[in-house]
Design a protein around this ligand. Structure first.
Ligand SMILES: [Zn+2]
Length: 163
């Protein structure tokens, strides 16, 4: 048993993460002393004697849609699942159902020795057929109606990832 490596080459739905900020504050020394930015429980700084004040910290984080968080209750996890990628900008969803012959591309291969895959020249045609699938339509309908704060795009990608 080793690390399972998965391959996927084909249409994906890229859902943009939402950048967000949260701020918190605590009592600290605002002087340029060694206590600057440290949380202090005293009225005055034990190092420089300055009166402690509220020190504000801003934290940036990314709101990221995942199959579990966003789509599980909608049973959409049967349709698409998010590839475990450490990408700040996007969550990438790939089909969790069997794609028709004209759209199908390379999927996971257990025996991944050496392989060659011809990237289709007509990816636009493939993507057009892909968005016409009932499964894709349901997923996009959900995104548009239930999660309108997330923006998305359809793309053709080659992915390698660990589960
Ligand atoms: Zn100080």
């Amino acid at each position: 048993m080793g690390i399972e490596i998965n391959f996927y080459i084909g249409p994906v739905i890229k859902v943009k993460t939402i950048e967000s900020k949260s701020s918190m504050g605590f009592l600290s020394c605002l002087n340029k002393c060694n206590n600057n930015g440290k949380e202090l429980n005293s009225l005055f700084c034990p190092l420089c004697g300055n009166k402690n004040e509220i020190y504000e910290v801003q934290e940036q984080f990314y709101l990221r849609p995942t199959t579990n968080s966003l789509f599980y209750e909608q049973k959409l996890d049967d349709l698409f699942y998010d590839v475990p990628f450490d990408n700040k900008e996007y969550a990438i969803f790939i089909p969790n159902f069997y794609l028709p012959e004209n759209i199908r591309s390379l999927y996971n291969s257990d025996k991944y020795e050496t392989f060659m895959f011809d990237i289709p020249k007509n990816t636009d045609t493939i993507l057009n057929s892909f968005v016409e699938l009932e499964e894709t339509k349901s997923f996009i309908k959900f995104l548009t109606e239930q999660a309108p704060s997330f923006t998305f795009e359809i793309d053709y990608l080659a992915l390698k990832y660990n589960n």
